[in-house]
Design a protein around this ligand. Sequence first.
Ligand SMILES: [Zn+2]
Length: 153
Amino acid sequence: MYKKRNFIKIVSLSFFSLLLAPYKFAFSEIKKIINKNLTKKQKEIMFNEGTERAFTSKLLNEKRKGFYLCANCGAKLFSSEAKFDSGTGWPSFSEALPGAFKTKIDYSFGMKRIEYHCANCGAHHGHVFLDGPTATGKRFCNNGLCLLFVPET
Ligand SMILES: [Zn+2]
């Protein structure tokens, strides 16, 4: 009797996980290319977790007031207020706008890093480190190619 009940439990559990599988897939893989004009390099960074070469971003020296948007979907990600010069060679920010990103732990290259994705389109943007120089303690290290700067008018 006991064994039979256990068997039913296992069968119903696997039935449930089968039922949930497509939803799990849909929610974890919402990455989608919205901007059809993305370059090959941009796609490689945003959808294949690539990284641009350090000190190549035109945004490194951008000091105007404005907002940084996702180059794929146009979501507002950072305010210029949060930008600072980290000396790392990538545009750096002390905080993101509320709800802009989702994070996940990245174990590639033998390191444990926190990777972040645009909450709207799922595109990879960079990594956040906990050694920031300002009160937030955070340093968002963002690939410049994933950002679109819109100056305040
Ligand atoms: Zn996006």
